[in-house]
Design a protein around this ligand. Structure first.
Ligand code: UD1
Ligand code: MG
Length: 456
């Protein structure tokens, strides 16, 4: 068995001035996931044993948001990409196998490409391998200078390049594979003698070549993978490319997506096969959708758990769970912390919040249920309201199994309704209702005959 061991250093200390943001660049999101988190995940998926992210600008904020998925090293002052990697020297020295260097603002790099680059590096027994791309417009990138045998002699930054070098179309992606020893050796030798007065990581290649080491370039197949994000336009472009990848992944998994360009499915969403997603749907990170569901036009799911055979039309479901065979919408609003059972109907203009609705219950129209526990097979008439808030505190409403709630009922909570109770339409319920009883809580109707004539 080949042991595929390597570690990864991710550069993420820069400010990202062109984002014009209070937030560090690497925390901006593509398809619901922070830029540098995409890179961390790609490295791990490729098999990286350990990952160290170099943070600097708003370091605590970056560390806090990324969490303990990797190690961190601090680059207090940003003195260049080489200087950034130096901050991870301890990490590098304690690592086994190769060191892969990636950029925190290049979210489209795939695990596949990282693996291929490491394999290439190994098969040629290189000491350093730079991942390159051939671009029609290479402006802004470091250019790859090779000899006739294809060895990489050096990388010249745009700002330091001669007119001749600027014509080179092969560019530095900013991603590399090094053997750890060579990297440590070369980092020690770089100086800030260049147009930007920075310690360039790119200089390590020329240093290694000069010391008789083997330096190569691995050209990536899909140029999109090296796209770095510097401004919001590039962020939007990367989002679009990533969205296409995600939607195609789900379609290949057996999910039908109608008009996929209009559908937003963020990272870390699971969808079962034979589910159909209609146009303009948004499914945010952390949501799970079962098999054979229909997620109808315009629906928004945010951290929602939807079981099999559920059908949702033009509704919003936040941090809630919907069990099998239930029908939601059109235009229902399920707010956080609801658990809706099997074969329930949550109809048009129904709002649920912090409530449990048991199997077979029907809430068909124009109803608000908040802070409530509703039993099985309850039927709600149109326009039921739980009055769960007295202006200071919230109270719960509990309704047993097999109850019938007439239209326009108000429950002034806290209220307990026993199993099998009936409530007359138009009732304002202020006291508990015993099981199997009929409750009527409204003024008795008076008809004053001939009233119109007397009035005149
Ligand atoms: C770098 C490369 C260039 C390559 C390009 C690819 C160097 C000298 N040049 O240029 O050859 O074509 O990437 O996108 O390496 N960073 C730090 N600390 C620092 C400086 C940068 O962590 O002190 C991080 C940034 O946050 C960013 C990455 O390193 O994620 C790259 O830095 P950036 O300034 O964008 O380098 P480029 O000028 O684009
Ligand atoms: Mg850059």
């Amino acid at each position: 068995m080949v042991i595929f061991m390597f570690t990864t250093v991710i550069l993420a200390a820069g400010m990202g001035t062109r984002m014009k943001s209070e937030k560090p660049k690497v925390l901006h999101k593509v398809c619901g996931k922070a830029l540098c988190r995409w890179v961390i995940d790609a490295a791990k998926e490729a098999g990286s044993e350990k990952v160290c992210t170099i943070v600097g600008h708003k370091a605590d904020m970056v560390k806090g948001e990324i969490g303990d998925v990797c190690e961190f090293a601090l680059q207090a002052e940003q003195k260049g990409t080489g200087h950034a990697v130096m901050q991870a020297l301890d990490f590098i020295k304690s690592s086994q196998g190769e060191v892969v260097i990636l950029n925190g603002d290049t979210p489209l790099v795939t695990a596949e490409a990282i693996k291929n680059a490491v394999s290439y590096h190994r098969s040629l027994k290189n000491n350093a391998t730079v991942i390159t791309a051939v671009l029609d417009n290479a402006t802004g990138y470091g250019r790859i200078v090779r000899d006739n045998d294809g060895n990489v002699l050096k990388i010249v930054e745009q700002k330091d390049a001669s007119e001749e070098e600027k014509k080179i179309k092969e560019v530095n992606s900013g991603m590399y594979v090094f053997d750890a020893q060579s990297l440590v050796y070369a980092l020690d030798k770089i100086t800030p003698n260049n147009a930007q007065g920075e310690y360039y990581l790119t200089d390590t290649l020329e240093i290694l070549w000069g010391a008789g080491k083997k330096v190569g370039g691995y050209t990536i197949e899909d140029n999109d993978e090296i796209r770095g994000i510097n401004d919001r336009v590039q962020l939007g472009e990367a989002d679009k490319i990533m969205q296409k990848r995600i939607n195609e992944y789900h379609m290949r998994n057996g999910v039908t997506i109608r008009n996929p360009e209009s559908v937003i499915i963020e990272s870390d969403v699971e969808i079962g096969n034979d589910t159909e997603i209609m146009q303009n749907v948004t499914i945010k990170s952390g949501s799970r959708v079962g098999k054979n569901c229909v997620i109808g036009m315009g629906t928004i799911l945010d951290r929602a758990v939807i079981h099999d055979n559920v059908d949702i039309l033009s509704s919003v479901i936040l941090e809630s769970e919907i069990d099998e065979g239930t029908h939601v919408g059109p235009f229902a609003y399920v707010r956080p912390n609801c658990k809706v059972g099997k074969d329930v109907k949550v109809g048009d203009f129904v709002e649920l919040k912090n409530s449990n609705i048991d199997d077979g219950t029907k809430i068909s129209h124009l109803t608000y249920i908040g802070d409530s526990d509703i039993g099985k097979r309850v039927n709600f008439g149109c326009g039921t309201v739980t009055c769960n808030y007295d202006g200071k505190k919230k109270y719960r409403t509990t309704i047993g199994d097999d109850c019938f709630v007439g239209c326009n009922t108000n429950f002034v909570s806290p209220i307990n309704v026993g199993d099998g109770a009936y409530i007359a339409a138009g009732s304002t319920i202020t006291e508990d209702i015993p099981k199997d009883s009929l409750s009527i809580a409204r003024a008795r109707q008076v008809n004053k005959e001939g009233w119109k004539d007397k009035r005149n």
